[in-house]
Design a protein around this ligand. Structure first.
Ligand code: GLN
Length: 489
């Protein structure tokens, strides 16, 4: 049996029955990483000593009779989330030597539950990007075709799941960064509603949009991870003080009969890859066969989502990134005076995309332009949010493509920011509206590259999207396909 290929819920049964130890499981995944990650490049930092220690501790807890969902399960953490004592670079030179003295709340929760941390995964610098090519260190490769991007910005986590280099992973999603790489790597990726999960210890990109999300080999695993990290945190005032439902109970009796499934006409656009449309339409037909009621809907302000996002996200980023001044932590390039120190530190520490966003954001926030750009963008954001509120009066969930294309080639869009930004055209509205979404595999194009189906639910309606996505996976096999990679000896 290839232990690294297990899902979290499969591994759980073997661990609980004492048929496999966490030490054996963790070793198997680490071996797989050593054999394959030179090619895939999913991880920025590996933490094998920490992992083996945590695995040994998990085995002690298992032997003492503890039975909890993530005890002894090897996971990967996107490198924008603080893991105490381990470099947290955000894919940036400016934080290359930053070692956080504390855990992000999501990391602390997983640690208490006895999860095993394999390492930190690659990301576009400060999560700005859709391909991991903006990482200051290297580009992660798509396990389905090593000449292609894994998507981004959580491309390292998505590729790690697709190549069986971890059992589950955390990512973050500000405009699509969990769902889009999940689609391009053929795995399951969930972005919870804004406020569902604590952002404490997540290095901020755009604070009104950022949310921690989960990656799994299937919906059950994504739900297990969400269960672990969801809920109020007094350290993040935007995390909602609401009860956390039992997400796994919502998966018990998968049934979509009578469910009203909305298909937004604005999400099938000219210029999208025809095979993506075909794959998504086939998935919708499958849902209809399973008894769902398909309803044509409209989200009329969709066309404004991209421009609104590229005002709000850079504006917030320009403010959040002001803290990297070479004084308190991170890179510091000494110079003759303080201003020159700032200039050189930031000039050398940030990559081109981050600088572009800081300039865009600073411009949008500057006196004289604020009302025309930032304020206006906020108003249109409200219209986009209202589109979803109206839609959810009519339907229970919305389905559409996750990404307009399958994985593109490394280098293909790097010099064309607009093309790169278009990768998130179907995911960005979800963040602007604060609702939740999940991407699940629903087919392949003629290059054997995975296609993602996005299921969107109302704010704090994660059970709905998990349950529909799970029902689809019960009826189909797409999520079980794996890229053919050399098996380690
Ligand atoms: N690709 C989008 C951006 O570059 C979204 C990134 C994200 O969700 N972190 O901003």
């Amino acid at each position: 049996m290839d232990l690294y290929a297990l899902t979290i819920h499969e591994a759980r049964e073997l661990l609980d029955r004492g048929e496999v130890s966490s030490t054996e499981l963790t070793e198997a995944v680490l071996e797989r990483i050593y054999a394959l990650d030179n090619e895939i490049k999913a991880y920025l930092t590996l933490t094998p000593e920490l992992a083996m220690e945590q695995a040994a501790e998990a085995d002690r807890r298992l032997a003492a009779g503890e039975r909890t969902p993530l005890l002894g399960i090897p996971l990967a953490i996107k490198d924008v989330l603080c893991l105490e004592g381990v470099p947290t670079t955000c894919g940036s030179r400016i934080l290359e030597n930053f070692i956080p003295p504390y855990d992000a709340t999501v990391v602390a929760r997983l640690r208490e539950m006895g999860a095993v941390f394999l390492g930190k995964t690659n990301t576009d610098e400060f999560a700005m990007g859709s391909s991991t090519e903006n990482s200051a260190f290297f580009t992660t490769r798509n396990p389905w075709d090593l000449t292609r991007v894994p998507g981004g910005s959580s491309g390292g986590s998505a590729a790690a799941i697709a190549a069986d280099l971890c059992l589950g992973a955390l990512g973050t999603d500000t405009g699509g960064s969990v769902r889009q790489p999940a689609a391009l790597c053929g795995v399951t990726g969930l972005k919870p509603s804004y406020g569902r999960v604590s952002r404490y210890g997540l290095v901020a990109y755009a604070s009104s949009l950022d949310q921690v999300g989960t990656f799994g080999k299937d919906v059950v695993d994504a739900a297990i991870l969400l269960q672990a990290i969801a809920g109020h945190d007094p350290r993040d005032s935007t995390s909602m003080d609401l009860p956390v439902p039992d997400y796994l109970a919502a998966l018990k009796a998968p049934d979509v009969r009578g469910l009203r499934v909305g298909v937004p006409q604005e999400y099938f656009i000219e210029g999208m890859q025809p095979e993506v449309e075909k794959g998504v339409r086939a998935a919708i037909a499958q849902l209809a066969d399973m008894g769902a009621e398909i309803v044509e809907i409209s989200l009329p302000h969709t066309e404004y989502a991209l421009p609104v996002y590229y005002l709000i996200a850079p504006a917030e980023a320009s403010a959040n990134l002001a803290r990297y001044d070479g004084v308190r932590y991170g890179l510091s390039v000494a110079a003759k005076d303080l201003w020159e120190t700032y200039r050189r530190t930031r000039g050398q520490g940030f990559g081109p995309e981050v600088k572009r966003r800081i300039m865009l954001g600073t411009y949008a926030l500057s006196a004289g332009y604020y009302d025309a750009y930032y304020l206006k963008a906020g108003q249109v954001r409200t219209l986009i949010k209202q589109d979803f509120e109206r839609a959810f009066e009519q339907v229970d969930v919305i389905v559409c493509p996750t990404s307009p294309t399958t994985a593109f080639r490394i280098g293909e869009r790097i010099d064309d920011p607009l093309q790169m930004y278009l990768a998130d055209i179907f995911t960005i509205s979800v963040n602007l509206a604060g609702v939740c979404g999940i991407s699940i595999p629903c087919g392949f194009d003629d290059q054997e590259l995975p296609i993602g189906l996005q299921v969107i639910g109302p704010a704090f309606g994660e059970e709905r999207i998990l349950s529909l996505a799970h029902a689809y996976q019960q009826a189909t096999e797409w999520h079980k396909h794996r890229p053919s990679l050399p098996i380690p000896a």
